[in-house]
Design a protein around this ligand. Structure first.
Ligand SMILES: Cc1ncc(C[n+]2csc(CCOP(=O)(O)OP(=O)(O)O)c2C)c(N)n1
Ligand SMILES: [Mg+2]
Length: 585
């Protein structure tokens, strides 16, 4: 007996072992949604906004390293996930979007809830396709998943006209889609090298630094990079999305580099003689002025995505391959080298001097002037101490703003014990509450803490309902400074304190959360801070929201103003140094 298109689609999702589909219903997607009725194999998680559902899928995919599905209706439903598509494209997150579409008979007639989703999503997906023939359903899903996982991960979208989902499918044409041909070497101006040559350069370097990006996490190469760093005593700095690749309490960890990175990471990058970038795309937030980035270094760029090589920083050498492959090859070759044979040589002494210099720079760590009022940085600082005193694994999911940077700076990450997930390349507010729900569904045994600003919480708190209804025990910590503090800070520094549109006048979030059926608490002073945060972490009967009222007069430091070199950081809170150039965005 032939089956309808929606059943074929559902079966293909089953075939690929999807446990969850996140989404929001509507007319055009009803045939597919109907397949979720009376079955227990795939759980349909109803979000409260389409954007929220798609961010949940992103959170799940990031947390588990496996693809996730978001399914929404046509027109407004599909348009509402475009921020998430762009977010997933920026951060290399593997999600499959299934969008309802009007029937093919009325396509292009401005039908009710018709939108050209293939056109709209083209620039913000890796690949998209509309299924117009029900015989192609399984094949299109397979092709989408292959495209999604090919080289750097990313979002893909399949548009599903309603009639195609309701029609019987004929004999299915399932055939293998060949892998994309390995692209040829099109990287101009840089020299292609191999793994062994990287080691030879390390052995010649006196002041090496590794920059580790998300490519390390996605290719599961954390152990390999830690061993490399250990074997050759190479300090490692990471991107925002690479936090935790190193145990950040390790002396060879330089924590995060860039606009709000550590003093010592920025100093090390600007003074090193060899910079090896594994799996970071040299985002503008980490390089400062590209013309003055790592001016004394030979730069090696290892990246699976060819288009990232020489995109912002011209590398002297490159390898266009996965970090895992390159690091595995390197560990094979390192057995040949005995670094102790360098003992006593000038190179050896220079390297020891380099490590001593870095330790000296490390005396200037992330810091802030302590006040009697509750400060956001203090809250995160204390949270860090508590996290490190406990046994369970944690995932911190940060929203976007000042609190996000503090979460990056004041928590010492260490994969897989303490992990970090955030909206990196797009910086999309409203991400963390829904994403943390997806993360918790993916990592049931982790304690998942969403650190959110009052602005971002206001944009997304409807999804607390999703957490309550699905009994997802996320812990939402609102750093409530009653301002969009990050923007306020820019107006303060770059617009002569002319504050416009940044004061929030928030309602009592703890009451709102309670009314949504969620446990909640309010924290407003330093007194009993540790005890209150411990209660927050220990609560296990459902999700919990803590409205933490903090000082509105804080900053995010160090800061490299846009267009400046990484070493031109402003470090002190009341520094007389000028914030010059355009404000960041
Ligand atoms: C969807 C979206 N809109 C606007 C911005 C620009 N933006 C970046 S940070 C920020 C303020 C965030 O305020 P809040 O959530 O209270 O966090 P805080 O900076 O106070 O910690 C804004 C508006 C953004 N990143 N994303
Ligand atoms: Mg705020």
């Amino acid at each position: 007996m032939t089956q309808v298109g929606a059943r074929t689609l559902f079966n293909r999702l089953l075939h690929h072992n999807f446990k969850y589909v996140f989404g929001y219903p509507g007319g055009a997607i009803l045939p597919v949604l109907n397949e979720f009725y009376a079955q227990k194999k795939i759980k349909y998680v109803l979000s409260r906004t389409e954007q929220g559902g798609s961010f949940m899928a992103e959170g799940y995919a990031k947390a588990t390293g496996t693809p996730a599905v978001v399914m929404v209706t046509s027109g407004p439903g599909a348009i509402n996930i475009m921020t998430s598509m762009q977010n997933a494209l920026s951060d290399g997150t593997p999600i499959l979007a299934l969008t309802g579409q009007v029937s093919t008979a009325v396509l292009g007639t401005d039908a009710f809830q018709e939108a050209d989703i293939i056109g709209i999503s083209k620039p913000c997906t890796k690949w998209n396709s509309m299924i117009t023939n029900s015989e192609n359903i399984s094949q299109t899903v397979d092709q989408a998943l292959k495209k999604m996982m090919h080289k750097r991960y990313g979002p893909v979208l399949i548009d599903l006209p309603k009639n195609v989902m309701s029609l019987p499918t004929g004999k299915e044409n399932i055939y293998n889609i060949p892998d994309e041909p390995i692209s040829e070497n099109k990287v101009n101006g840089s020299i292609k090298i191999n793994s062994k040559e990287i080691i030879e350069m390390i052995l010649k370097a006196e002041r090496p630094v590794i920059l580790a990006g998300q490519g390390i996490i996605q290719s599961n190469a954390i152990n390999e990079i830690r061993s490399l760093s250990e074997k050759f005593s190479i300090p490692v700095t990471t991107t925002l999305l690479g936090l935790g690749i190193m145990n950040e309490k390790n002396t060879l960890s330089l924590k995060m580099v860039g606009m709000h990175g550590s003093y010592y990471a920025n100093k090390a990058v600007q003074n090193c003689d060899l910079l090896i970038n594994f799996g970071s795309r040299f985002d503008d937030r980490i390089i400062g002025n590209p013309k003055t980035f790592a001016p004394k270094a030979k730069i090696i760029h290892v990246d699976i995505e060819e288009k990232n090589i020489n995109k912002t920083i011209i590398a002297h050498y490159y390898i266009n391959d996965s970090c895992k492959k390159v690091l595995t090859d390197m560990s094979y070759y390192t057995q040949e080298y005995d670094i102790f044979k360098f003992k006593g040589t000038n190179k050896w002494l220079a390297h020891i001097e380099w490590l001593a210099q870095i330790n000296e720079w490390k005396k200037t760590d992330f810091n802030y002037p302590k006040k009697s009022v509750l400060q956001g940085r203090k809250v995160i600082d204390v949270l860090n101490d508590i996290i490190h005193s406990r046994k369970e694994n944690f995932t911190i999911v940060a929203d976007v703003g000042a609190h996000q940077m503090w979460a990056a700076q004041f928590i010492d990450y260490n994969h897989p014990k303490i992990k970090f997930i955030t909206s990196g390349g797009l910086g999309s507010m409203g991400y963390a509450v829904p994403a943390s729900i997806g993360v918790k569904l993916g990592l049931e045994n982790d304690t998942v803490i969403c650190i959110c600003g009052d602005g971002g919480f206001t944009m997304s708190f409807v999804e607390v309902i999703t957490a309550v209804k699905n009994k997802v025990n996320v812990k939402i910590l609102i750093i409530n400074n009653n301002y969009q503090l990050m923007v306020k800070m820019w107006q303060d520094k770059f617009y002569n304190k002319q504050f416009v549109g940044v004061k929030m006048d928030n309602p009592p979030f703890e009451t709102i959360a309670k009314n949504l059926g969620c446990e909640s608490m309010k924290i407003y002073s330093n007194e009993n801070l540790k005890e209150n945060l411990t209660y927050f972490l220990n609560y296990d009967k459902g999700p919990i929201v803590a409205n933490v009222i903090t000082n509105s007069d804080e900053s995010v430091l160090p800061m490299v103003s846009p267009g400046k070199a990484l070493n031109e950081m402003i470090i002190e809170e009341n520094s007389n140094e000028k914030y010059e150039g355009d404000a960041p965005c």
